[in-house]
Design a protein around this ligand. Sequence first.
Ligand code: UFG
Length: 328
Amino acid sequence: MNVLVCGGAGYIGSHMVKLLQLQGHSPIVFDNLSTGHEEAVPPELLVLGDLRDKSSLRRVLAEHSFDAVMHFAAKSIVPESVAEPAAYYENNVVGTLNLLEAMREEGIQRFVFSSTAAVYGNPVAGTGSSLIDEQHSLAPLNPYGRSKLQVEQALQDYAQAYGFRSVTFRYFNAAGADPSGDLGESHDPETHLIPNTLKAILGTGPQLKVFGDDYETPDGTCVRDYIHVNDLADAHLRALIHMRENEGAHVFNLGNGLGFSVKEVLNAAAEVTGREVPHEMAPRRAGDAAVLVADSAKAREVLGWAPEFTDVRQIIETAWRWHNDQRF
Ligand code: UFG
């Protein structure tokens, strides 16, 4: 299939592009390189452009006959979204609506959307456990989560009114890197736990701050569901097949269903690297939920998705390979 990958120079998008090519599809990347990396994409595939610029969108869609669009391009730093909501609504909501409209003009009807566990807010505050499925109430705590939820709602309306087909994936904690070591996570600033831990070990970043050890969790630190970036990409391929046979707007959680605390991640990183993690305790980070673990039974049953990297140590191992010899 011919697939437009918006945000294909970013962390998850670049892994997607590699998988699409491996599977014999023809991706084209549309990216403004604001957070993505030119080096992450084969140069012949890259079209520079911005979702806020309707004319560049129309041009790229008119020049190729795409069967589907995958949309990874977004601003995604929670505290930044609180400080600068306008940029989040403009990029993540207005930019996506521009894309949907340009697709409608070209008669492209299949769309895979990257959403987030942040749409659930703080689901288990005070209760301590339980997996989150797609039926769980939606109560985002910040503009980032709200911007993603607004697009999810628009996709439901587009399905009703225009017969537009879509699959929305609510990622839990994307992590790891392509096992080849060619691609990986490279954000500036880096806010995520695993890259910050590995950078602290390597001395390429400051010592790790553990944000809060007084949560209602077994060891007091936050629990998350880490899911390998290539497992996320695999689900997207399955979405293309799903949309061939299914109308409507469909939503799936993507996570392993296993929770690891911050302390457990630090221990796993020490085990994988054979080095201690330089770290210190710090106050809670605003907006962090205590526990976020996915029930992904729907993706398994409906899409036949089965994550390959189920042990957090395997995930850290691939990230370690990347950070040890980081290319960009
Ligand atoms: N953490 C630290 N120190 C760090 C970085 C993170 O202790 O230097 C902790 C956080 O407090 C949190 C856990 O590690 O408890 C994971 O934090 P990440 O920043 O790696 O990931 P988040 O769970 O905050 O973010 C993810 C997605 C977001 C999404 C959010 C929803 O990356 O896109 O879940 O809560 F919005």
